[in-house]
Design a binder for this molecule. Structure first.
Ligand SMILES: [Zn+2]
Length: 364
């Protein structure tokens, strides 16, 4: 945790364009006074980089930079993975719902980077289960799949989104409305699932890697795997009609779906807290995945270690204060195109004209 104590040293230059951002090596900086603020820490040490002459402070390295209510991130995290809706949280803390939304987006960005940092390098050493968690954005006319890649240890290796066309039995009036909406906003591309699965598996399994994947009988999955010719993918499909018991080969994904619905207010059935934008659902999925991987026991009854500890990726379960101890910077990790779009909130919602994309001022 960055503290304004003399013992704390800035680890690298926060300016992404400075040579000392990625590889600090012989980085030189000097202290440049303090500034006072109303919230703790009240006295914040300022610094200047001797390479690029940019100013920064110990707060630049804190997850609570620029926040008027810095203590809210941890309780907000717990409530977001504890199935509270944004407005319920806003009422509890006496905040505007937009403040809760902004802070939850910040948590989402942070968790996306933490997930990538935690994910083991190289191909996963355990069999994986691929599944599309069906949900929707804005209204039920805009469904999408949250594609999940889960290990048999229940570790969530990654997720992404694939837009879908509303299907199922539709009344004539619903069919007319769907046609009008598609005429106005376009129709989701039919290849979306194939493309998304290709991106997700390509991200988790590096070229040359080999992996075993269980999935349901979705026709797009084998097409996606065929395009990843430089990976060895052994694929086995199981009917999704098979009883969803622990013996089902898809059990890790079925359990992940259950937990995702149980822990996230936006995925409850018949809720008014549904995601208005796909981007919001993705940020919230990042929180859920960090909680699932690094905080929650695999079994509530046994109170055993979370998947990341069982796989040896972490020495002990993360607590919210560990998770929020240090700010992550997107340019210090090699993010693929989908992760970069997701981090900067560029995943569009077809029904709404504008993305509320995230721009980082200065280096940070
Ligand atoms: Zn610099």
């Amino acid at each position: 945790m960055p503290r304004p104590f003399r013992s704390w040293r800035p680890p690298f230059c926060p300016n992404r364009d400075c040579d000392s951002h990625g590889a600090p090596g012989t980085w030189r900086w000097k202290r440049k006074g303090f500034y006072e603020r109303l919230r703790g820490p009240r006295r914040v040490q300022r610094y200047v980089c001797r390479s690029c002459h940019r100013n920064f402070s110990s707060q630049t390295f804190s997850t609570s930079y620029w926040l008027k209510r810095p203590g809210l991130l941890a309780p907000l995290f717990h409530r977001l993975v504890g199935c509270s809706a944004l407005r319920q949280i806003a009422r509890e803390f006496g905040l505007a719902p937009s403040s809760v939304q902004r802070q939850s987006e910040r948590l989402g960005r942070h968790c996306l980077l933490v997930l990538e940092e935690l994910r083991p390098e190289g191909a996963p050493r355990e069999p994986l289960v691929l599944d599309g968690f069906r949900t929707f954005e804005h209204s039920q006319y805009w469904p999408f799949d949250l594609n999940l890649l889960v290990g048999i240890s229940h570790y969530v290796y990654g997720f992404n989104d694939a837009e879908l066309r509303r299907s199922g039995t539709l009344r004539p009036a619903q069919r007319t409305k769907r046609a009008a909406l598609e005429a106005a906003h376009g129709r989701p591309p039919p290849q979306a699932t194939r493309r998304a699965v290709e991106e997700l598996v390509g991200r988790v399994v590096p070229p040359g890697g080999s992996v075993e994947i269980e999935s349901d009988e979705h026709l797009a999955y084998p097409q996606a795997f065929a395009r990843l010719a430089d990976r060895r993918i052994r694929h086995r499909a199981t009917s999704s009609r098979k009883a969803r018991t622990p013996r089902n080969p898809l059990f890790p994904a079925n359990l992940a779906d259950l937990l995702l619905r149980h822990a996230s207010a936006n995925h409850k059935r018949e809720t008014i807290a549904f995601s208005k934008r796909r981007q919001g659902a993705l940020y919230r999925a990042a929180l859920w995945a960090v909680w699932r991987n690094a905080m929650k026991s695999r079994s509530e009854n046994r109170r055993d270690a979370p998947p990341a500890v069982a796989l040896g990726l972490l020495p002990r379960p993360l607590r919210a204060k560990d998770l929020l101890a240090e700010r992550r910077f997107p340019w210090r990790q090699a993010l693929g195109p989908w992760l970069e779009r997701c981090y900067f909130a560029r995943i569009p919602t077809r029904r709404l004209a504008r993305c509320r994309s995230h721009t980082l001022r200065y280096a940070v």
